[in-house]
Design a protein around this ligand. Structure first.
Ligand code: THU
Length: 151
């Protein structure tokens, strides 16, 4: 994992983070008021957008990361996800520190990476710094993937 200032990011990283930031406006979060946007870059260059979607029955809601990754899998099942960017907005501004994905999202990121047999870069935007993980596996030690089901 490495910490970057905005101008140190590559053009493609900045473009993806910009979409994730835009996506915070599409968050449906009447309960937490915590807007999370996600953007997944596929191998074919398509960007799939996600945003957290809450529900009055709280556990029925979904995080931004999973909404993007599941939409990517549903629309482009053959396309590896190369990069995933996330941004959080609350109290009228983007968070100063990068948002830390929840455990369930980390698990789904890992399966996405594993499913396509490569690495998925994870970019966590914050106003103070942006963290870039080369691989989703760097966010989750002691992974549980399909091989673990075989005993
Ligand atoms: N949330 C995300 O969308 N992604 C995360 O990684 C952490 C949390 C959402 C879920 C809920 O809608 C709101 O943020 C507050 O937890």
């Amino acid at each position: 994992m490495r910490s970057y200032q905005w101008e140190e990011l590559s053009e493609s990283q900045r473009a993806l983070v910009t979409v994730a930031k835009e996506q915070t406006e599409r968050s449906y979060c009447p309960y937490s008021h915590f807007h999370v946007g996600a953007a997944a870059l596929l191998s074919n260059g398509v960007i799939i957008r996600g945003a957290n979607q809450e529900n009055a029955a709280y556990p029925s809601g979904l995080c931004a990361e999973r909404s993007a990754l599941f939409a990517a899998g549903a629309q482009y099942p053959e396309q590896p996800v190369e990069k995933l960017a996330i941004a959080c907005f609350t109290d009228g501004h983007f968070t100063k520190e990068p948002g830390a994905p929840c455990g369930a999202c980390r698990q789904v990121m890992l399966e996405t990476e594993h499913r396509y047999g490569g690495k998925m870069e994870v970019i966590l935007f914050g106003e103070n710094e942006t963290l870039v993980f080369d691989s989703a596996a760097d966010l989750l030690p002691l992974i549980f993937v399909s091989e673990n089901l075989k005993g």
